[in-house]
Design a protein around this ligand. Structure first.
Ligand SMILES: O=C(O)CCC(=O)C(=O)O
Ligand SMILES: [Fe+2]
Length: 383
């Protein structure tokens, strides 16, 4: 029997069947649910860091109704509404480090490209462009084209970023059939959620640790998975319009658009995965310090490491502390306002417990504020 098993993973028909199992492939099924209680999602998915697909989300969203017509993107509507925005497109045929080469253009130009690409019978020689990470909601703040589903509403990261007018982690993705996202895990080990507005996505997801089976002889992960080694555990998900996929922290995944597809997604953290975010930042810092070990006696060593950390990971320790302090203060206030509401209080106590675990122990003078917060949380938790 072969060691690895060649598959066209982007093939919609590639699903587990008995012969896959015989070959040692180990495909599991992501639970599919319709309107589960929040408690179920919280206990079985966020707490256990396990994926799920929730159907019939966003059926009432304006985007669901206006952005698609007869199951395909409503190009004219989109172009009229957002045509002047400058967007970033990823060139799916050109690798750039662990992503794709990018360029910018006006959205109206992208729509013209997309229409032409989709209509072309022979796509040979045509570029395959994927519009990703569009901060559309941040750009059109008054446009209520979607609402965050209740399941994903405990989102500390976007709560902090929006309240402080910083760049958020709320995105729109649009791409033609065949556009795809290389193998990756999400930034800062956050969760992500994705809701399809129209089209069809195929996802392959790997539980944390399984990616080690994919590492090549140079110690690198593949850009695109072509072969699934024997015994690797993975999940395949087909995401249709209205399906919300919950992608847990640290799960590597690769995604293909099997039709002209539009989706909305967020990266987010809350009490259930904040420890992953903190570990990710500390891990990043350790790697940088190790790399720059030869400069460790330099008086600017600490500052320089933090600067690099911000570039590489997207956040440094000071930013993380500021973020957590902001959420801690809000939750302390929330607790004091809800002394009579047992349910809200229980949730806030859980959040404060997790905050306490990731709040850095204050040592220097500038950490006095953190120390003060720790003391306040301590007194609430001791009640
Ligand atoms: O839809 C895609 O192409 C990628 C989405 C993704 O990686 C995510 O939501 O985490
Ligand atoms: Fe992702």
């Amino acid at each position: 029997m072969k060691d690895s098993f060649a598959n066209d993973l982007s093939d919609p028909n590639f699903q587990a069947n008995s012969s896959d199992k015989d070959c040692g492939l180990n495909q599991d099924v992501v639970p599919v649910m319709k309107s589960p209680p929040y408690e179920t999602f919280f206990q079985y998915h966020m707490m256990r860091n396990l994926p799920c697909l929730i159907q019939r989300v966003g059926r009432e969203w304006k985007s669901t109704k206006a952005w698609c017509k007869n199951g395909v993107p409503n190009f004219e509507y989109l172009k009229n509404k957002y045509g002047e925005s400058v967007i970033t497109v990823y060139h799916c045929d050109e690798k750039f480090f662990d992503s794709h080469k990018t360029s910018t253009m006006k959205f109206k130009e992208y729509v013209d490209y997309w229409k032409e690409y989709s209509a072309a019978e022979d796509k040979k020689g045509m570029e395959l462009l994927y519009l990703k990470d569009w901060h559309l909601k941040n750009e059109y703040k008054d446009d209520d084209f979607y609402e965050v589903p209740q399941y994903f509403s405990s989102d500390w990261l976007n709560e902090y970023l929006i309240a402080n007018s910083k760049d958020d982690y709320r995105f729109v993705y649009m791409g033609p059939t065949g556009s795809w996202t290389p193998l990756h895990k999400d930034v800062m080990d956050t969760f992500s959620w994705s809701v399809n507005i129209c089209g069809l996505k195929k996802w392959i997801l790997f539980p944390p640790g399984q990616e080690t089976h994919l590492i090549n002889e140079f110690g690198q992960l593949p850009h695109s998975i072509e072969h699934l080694p024997k015994n690797i555990k993975y999940f395949i998900v087909m995401q249709h319009p209205g399906d919300a996929l919950f992608v847990p922290s640290k799960w590597y995944h690769q995604v293909w658009n099997l039709a002209d597809t539009i989706s909305i997604n967020h990266n987010w953290v809350n009490a259930t995965n904040i420890h992953h975010m903190k570990s990710n930042i500390l891990q990043g810092l350790m790697e940088i310090q190790k790399e720059l070990q030869h400069l460790s006696s330099d008086e600017n060593f600490h500052t320089e490491c933090q600067k690099i950390l911000k570039c590489h990971v997207g956040i440094n320790c000071r930013d993380f502390n500021e973020f957590i302090s902001f959420i801690a203060s809000r939750r302390i206030q929330g607790y004091e306002k809800n002394l009579d509401n047992v349910h809200v209080k229980t949730m806030l106590v859980y959040e404060l417990e997790q905050i306490q675990k990731v709040l850095t122990q204050g040592t220097s003078k500038e950490d006095e504020e953190l120390e003060e917060l720790r003391t306040q949380i301590e007194s609430i938790l001791n009640c």
